[in-house]
Design a binder for this molecule. Structure first.
Ligand SMILES: CC(=O)N[C@H]1[C@@H](OP(=O)(O)OP(=O)(O)OC[C@H]2O[C@@H](n3ccc(=O)[nH]c3=O)[C@H](O)[C@@H]2O)O[C@H](CO)[C@@H](O)[C@@H]1O[C@H](C)C(=O)N[C@@H](C)C(=O)N[C@H](CCC(=O)O)C(=O)O
Ligand SMILES: Nc1ncnc2c1ncn2[C@@H]1O[C@H](COP(=O)(O)OP(=O)(O)OP(=O)(O)O)[C@@H](O)[C@H]1O
Ligand SMILES: N[C@H](CCC[C@H](N)C(=O)O)C(=O)O
Ligand SMILES: [Mg+2]
Length: 490
């Protein structure tokens, strides 16, 4: 496709250069990484967190790039087209180059619950008879795929390639997670959205966003920039940041649909929490439905409501959506019951790796725990350091036994990360080796206790330095439970 057609009318600041010979250049592919460039491709020079991509224009040209997109002029053997936001150019050009997307796409943002909402929305659509997919932290799930993922919101070129593949595989509906990094870096800018959702805002990624307001503003790009005017915006009604989300949706001309106890579109009239399910009375489309949601964790009711709101906003009748809630399966590693001891103590794996999530998950299991709540967790390296003492405090306040261990130390010294948590967790035990920490915790379990292994959820690796070693909380919990049952000494 010609560069001019990839740009369309979206980049008036480059209209002059695109009207000339540079606009006629035929583009065979796109990349923001000079190392991935091949003959005939466009190179987008992005200012990143570690490097400035414009340093690599010559490398890209040497590998066969025919044009570069950048935010400032550069001397090069290939034309350099200057635009205000090269990341946005890359995303929009990728959407045009790959062409197809599932007809109905929704995106959900918020600090916690995105993966669960994307999964539940996919499940409700599938129940309603649609070929549906989800894209996010746990990877890609569709009728034909179950691919492990790495980023919550993929890089725009990969994302658009994936959407075109899904469309060609017959997927008509896709729900995706919009992370604050993804939104801030314009990774979703070429996605054609039918509806958008917001769950909640808590503390996370304060290493990347300077203030909580700017973190919220990044999330709200989904509403004020990406959602087309008039699109439904499904907003969880009971969060501290609900009003802000509503204000942004109003100012952006979206159709506001609140869900929750204070919800107008879906109103939670009553909910009873049981150990493995919740019974909710939901007012939807003029009727009251009593729904058994077969998931542990009261926060899952909020996620189920946002998902039902998104499904209904894209054509699923209320009665079908409510019936589908009774069949939901939790996303992998989200308060997932992995096993129990012979005395009936339950062991869960959960993905809480930020303060609000840890607080929610520990509070959720408390009412059903007649014994002690035992938690094993750590904090990731090269990520928001401020959350470490906060999570230490939460664990100490809400659990009876706290075991601090490693969770993807990455380039940091693991002992330093643990000590920053331990500083706010008096009485906690520190066991560096995560497998040993889990085994120790399982060994402590008595009748009535609940174990939460938090932070890694579905993850299949432990990243130490630059190496990711195979590691799964599920596998380690199962092994420890089995050895305990067989009397193998720890
Ligand atoms: C901090 C961050 O978000 N980094 C993302 C960002 O990279 P960057 O722009 O900072 O890259 P950089 O290393 O500074 O390099 C700048 C540019 O020079 C290019 N380059 C570099 C070297 C070279 O030889 N040639 C070359 O062209 C790079 O390809 C890049 O385009 O843009 C890249 C392309 O989209 C992402 O892959 C990369 O994600 C990294 C891998 C990452 O770990 N991201 C995490 C923090 C993330 O995005 N997480 C979110 C949130 C999860 C959650 O909600 O909890 C997610 O969506 O997963
Ligand atoms: N609605 C919610 N409110 C508070 N905590 C939640 C909520 N939903 C999930 N959690 C907690 O957050 C963890 C992660 O849930 P989920 O993966 O659905 O969220 P996410 O927004 O996709 O997270 P991430 O940004 O890490 O991918 C869960 O394991 C649970 O501990
Ligand atoms: N998408 C999140 C995942 C964190 C998971 C946790 N296990 C950790 O490594 O901190 C991030 O990159 O911040
Ligand atoms: Mg997620």
């Amino acid at each position: 496709m010609k560069l001019r057609d990839l740009a369309g009318d979206d980049f008036p600041e480059a209209a002059d250069i695109l009207a000339g010979p540079a606009g006629d250049v035929d583009i065979l592919g796109l990349s923001s990484d000079s190392r991935q460039i091949a003959e005939g491709m466009l190179f987008a020079a992005l200012a990143g967190s570690k490097a400035d991509g414009s340093r690599f224009v010559d490398d890209a040209a040497a590998k066969g790039a025919v044009v570069a997109i950048a935010s400032h002029p550069a001397d090069s053997s290939i034309p350099v087209v200057v635009v205000d936001n090269p990341r946005r150019f890359l995303a929009i050009a990728a959407a045009r180059l790959y062409g197809a997307q599932p007809e109905t796409m929704v995106a959900v943002t918020g600090t916690a619950g995105k993966t669960s909402v994307a999964s539940f929305t996919r499940q409700i659509w599938a129940y309603a008879g649609h070929a549906a997919a989800q894209i996010g932290t746990t990877g890609v799930v569709s009728p034909d795929r179950n691919d492990y993922g790495s980023l919550t919101t993929p890089d725009p070129v990969e994302l658009q390639k994936l959407l075109a593949e899904l469309a060609s595989e017959g997927v008509t509906h896709a729900a995706m997670e919009a992370s604050s990094h993804g939104l801030d870096q314009s990774r979703l800018d070429g996605v054609k959205l039918s509806a958008v959702g917001f769950t909640n805002l808590g503390r996370d990624h304060m290493d990347y966003h300077p203030t909580v307001e700017s973190y919220m503003a990044a999330k709200m790009r989904l509403f004020d920039t990406l959602a087309p005017a008039g699109a439904p915006a499904v907003i969880f009604a009971d969060d501290r940041w609900t009003e802000t989300a509503i204000e942004v949706a109003l100012a952006s001309g979206l159709s506001i649909r609140t869900v929750g106890r204070k919800g107008g579109y879906l109103c939670l009239k009553r909910v009873e929490h049981f150990r493995h399910k919740q019974t909710a009375e939901i007012h939807a489309d003029g009727k009251i439905y009593e729904v058994d949601i077969p998931l542990a964790g009261d926060f899952q009711v909020a996620n189920a409501l946002v998902a039902a709101g998104l499904a209904m906003s894209t054509g699923v009748p209320a009665a079908v959506a409510m019936a589908a809630l009774e069949k939901l399966v939790g996303a992998s590693g989200r308060l997932e019951l992995v096993g129990q001891t012979k005395d009936g103590a339950l062991a869960y794996v959960d993905y809480a790796h930020k303060p609000d999530a840890l607080e929610n998950v520990l509070s959720s299991v408390r009412p059903f725990t007649t014994g002690r709540v035992v938690v094993v967790f750590g904090c990731g390296g090269d990520r928001d350091k401020g959350k470490r003492p906060i999570m230490g405090e939460i664990a100490t306040r809400l659990a009876d036994v706290v075991i601090v261990t490693d969770d993807n130390p990455r380039s940091e010294e693991p002992a330093t990360i643990r000590s920053e948590i331990m500083a706010a967790a008096p009485g906690a035990e520190e066991i560096a080796d995560r497998a040993k920490a889990i085994r120790h915790a399982v060994g402590l379990l008595k009748t009535g206790d609940t174990l939460i292994v938090a932070g890694k959820g579905h993850e299949e690796g432990q990243t130490v330095g630059a190496t990711t070693l195979p590691f799964s909380d599920h596998v380690e919990v199962r092994k420890a439970l089995q050895d305990l049952a067989e009397g193998v000494a720890s």
